[in-house]
Write a protein that binds this ligand. Structure first.
Ligand SMILES: NC(=O)c1ccc[n+]([C@@H]2O[C@H](COP(=O)([O-])OP(=O)(O)OC[C@H]3O[C@@H](n4cnc5c(N)ncnc54)[C@H](OP(=O)(O)O)[C@@H]3O)[C@@H](O)[C@H]2O)c1
Length: 203
């Protein structure tokens, strides 16, 4: 599949490597285009069959509010990995009654928004790229059943356990999971090579 990652930062890079490792063609959208694999944000949004928003939450909202981006993403699966963090990362700016994912979906009304990978630290993705055994679970939430199924498959192809995490409104609970990870990583000094694994001891 042709996958466009908007952003070239900490998460975008290892995410791109893992997707390429799973035989997908990856292009990046950036404000600074440097050639074939790094094109403009607009071009990447057009070219990608599936598009990943790997930019700050505020940037994702700005992009989702643009008519040309809305048009480019119509009908496509859009994976929202953002977390609506405060400037110091120590709290969330959205929650309880909405989420970053829902706000993005409201603006990208024609797209099929899926919340996924937001709970996986970039350092954990990089560990996976290096071939380390990483058992973190990818939580996948969306209102579009087919889009959710495709992203669950994508996560499996990348070597992660993944779990259907229900409707997009559940992003209200997935985004705070990341804030807990940040509190553990920075507040408690555990560092960013940590993640969450779902265990299920049966019904
Ligand atoms: N870091 C993590 O461990 C982690 C884990 C899970 C989810 N997330 C989420 O993933 C997202 C990206 O995080 P990150 O750590 O990868 O951030 P990052 O390293 O700072 O990268 C952000 C990317 O966004 C681009 N960007 C910023 N403003 C832009 C704009 N107006 N138009 C186009 N591109 C723009 C930047 O491009 P320039 O290089 O041109 O500035 C950069 O490529 C955030 O929403 C974060 O909450 C992060």
């Amino acid at each position: 599949m042709n996958i466009a990652i908007i952003g070239t930062g900490n998460v975008a890079q290892p995410l791109g490597s893992l997707l390429q490792g799973a035989s997908h063609r990856v292009i990046f959208g950036s404000r600074q285009t440097t050639g074939d694999r790094i094109t403009s944000v607009e071009e990447a949004a057009k070219q990608g069959e599936l598009v990943i928003l790997a930019v700050p939450y505020e940037t994702a909202l700005e992009l989702a509010s643009r008519a040309d981006i809305q048009q480019a993403l119509t009908g496509k699966i859009v994976i929202d990995i953002t977390n609506p963090l405060a400037a110091d990362y120590m709290s969330l700016r959205v929650g309880h009654t909405s989420s970053a994912a829902e706000r993005i979906q409201e603006r990208l009304h024609g797209a099929r928004v899926v919340k996924a990978f937001n709970t996986i630290f970039a350092d954990v993705l990089s560990a996976k790229v290096q071939g380390e055994a990483v058992a973190a679970t990818v939580f996948v939430a969306s209102d579009d059943a087919d889009a959710k199924a495709q992203v669950l498959t994508l996560a499996s192809e990348m070597g992660f356990a993944s779990v259907d995490s229900g409707a997009l409104t559940n992003a209200r609970y997935l985004e705070p999971v990341t804030e807990l990870a940040i509190q553990l990583a920075y507040g408690q000094g555990l560092g960013t090579r940590l993640g969450f694994q779902l265990i299920h001891v049966g019904k």
